[in-house]
Design a protein around this ligand. Structure first.
Ligand SMILES: *Cc1c(COP(=O)(O)O)cnc(C)c1O
Length: 390
């Protein structure tokens, strides 16, 4: 056997083997499109879960630069990470246990979404302790029956909120709720939830607890239901360029995350040779395969085995055999298509180079695109392009 290239002749590279490239210009474009959809309503960019695994700090900066007014996260730690990075925009955090350590968030001016009198009491206690008024937003359960103040606790919540505000331990910033059927624009539940939120706000007003901002709409509702906008919309997934309603296509948003890997090995497999664990794929003819260094530990779900394609050498090549923990194999065909070790393979991206979309993986798995992008991880290195200076 002769080898045509020896490693000593290769240029060394620090380029990661497996990479998630985040295009911050696409974030900006998507935020601008969402602002158009939002009309007079402000945009709160939802950057929970590390910005749906796109990187909370850079995405938040890009979104704010493109005109998002506020940021939304789930946990106190997520909010404090943004503050630690020097981001001063309003940040709302909405999922906490009642015994959470609210003090640092109150001191950092993080707005707290509250769902029960226990949560309010805990925030009041923390506000007194740190000597800073806590900014709070009431989460109203208008029908999702998940987070939010339950109907039977509403009166107690209002009484306690009135007292807390009177003593100066809280300032009421907003009231919000979350839709159960946002991705089904014509579902009657959306209108019911809108009306319940309107009633809750009217009740707050009657009690002289008028909120400064009211919000309900996620991405899907922002695009499809102008009547649910209230003062602000809270898009997440559309900002990352993925459609919240696959039946309606891409809705004009551009995918932000591209997942790529570099070819580790190119080799021949003879007709009849099995590839990867269990030999679930047998070469029907002599062929050439490429090995890519990403597997289920990096977010390529094993259930995708043999069901995805990879853009490589200017065309789509089928992934063959089982997805392993660290690697997958793709079939390049008998001639190999000129693919060489070190070449770049695209697992998914915005489709402009012919590569698959995250949506295609979601369709194969019977899940939603949210789960695909948040699932990329393991050894995948994140990098950023676009939005210079953001
Ligand atoms: C995640 C989330 C959003 C954003 O939803 P998308 O469907 O991604 O637009 C908005 N509001 C709340 C309360 C959320 O938890």
């Amino acid at each position: 056997m002769t080898t045509t290239r020896r490693t000593s002749q290769l240029a060394r590279t620090d380029q990661p083997q497996a990479e998630a490239v985040i295009d911050l210009d696409a974030v900006a474009e998507n935020v601008r499109a969402l602002r158009e959809h939002a009309g007079p309503a402000a945009v709160m960019a939802v950057v929970k879960a590390d910005a749906y695994n796109h990187g909370a700090v850079p995405v938040a900066r890009a979104a704010l630069a493109a005109g998002a007014r506020e940021l939304g996260v789930t946990t106190l730690d997520e909010a404090l990470e943004l503050r630690a990075a020097g981001i001063e925009a309003p940040i709302l955090s909405w999922l906490h246990t009642a015994d959470a350590n609210f003090g640092p968030a109150i001191e950092a001016g993080v707005e707290l979404g509250l769902s029960s009198p226990r949560h309010l009491a805990s925030v009041v206690e923390a506000a007194r302790r740190v000597g800073v008024t806590a900014t709070v937003t009431i989460k109203v359960d208008t029908g999702l029956h998940r987070n939010g103040v339950a109907v039977d606790e509403w009166d107690d919540m209002m009484r306690d909120l009135g007292r807390a505000r009177a003593e100066g331990s809280v300032r009421l910033r907003g009231a919000f709720s979350h839709l159960a059927h946002g991705d089904e624009p014509d579902h009657p539940g959306n209108t019911e939830q809108r009306d319940r939120l309107t009633e809750a706000v009217a009740d707050l007003r009657r009690r002289s607890l008028t909120p400064e901002v009211v919000h309900l709409a996620n991405s899907a509702a922002t695009v499809t239901r102008p009547d649910l906008r209230f003062d602000m919309v809270r898009p997440g997934i559309a900002m990352y360029g993925l459609t919240p309603i696959p039946e309606r296509g891409d809705m004009g948003f551009r995918p932000v995350m591209t997942v790529r890997a570099r070819v580790v090995l190119v080799k021949k497999v003879e007709a009849g040779g099995g590839v990867s664990y269990g030999h679930t794929w047998i070469a029907p003819e002599d062929t050439t395969v490429a090995l890519l260094p990403m597997g289920y530990a990096d977010g390529i779900r094993r259930n995708l085995s043999g069901r995805i394609e990879v853009q490589l050498g200017g065309r789509r090549c089928p992934q063959i055999g089982r997805v392993c923990m660290d690697q997958v194999v793709v079939d390049l065909g008998p001639e190999g298509g000129g693919v060489e070790e070190g070449d770049e393979a695209l697992f998914f991206g915005d489709g402009r180079r012919g590569e698959p979309l995250a949506q295609e993986w979601a369709d194969e798995l019977g899940t939603i695109n949210y789960e695909i992008v948040t699932g990329i991880g393991g050894r995948t290195v994140r990098s950023y392009v676009g939005a210079k200076g953001a």
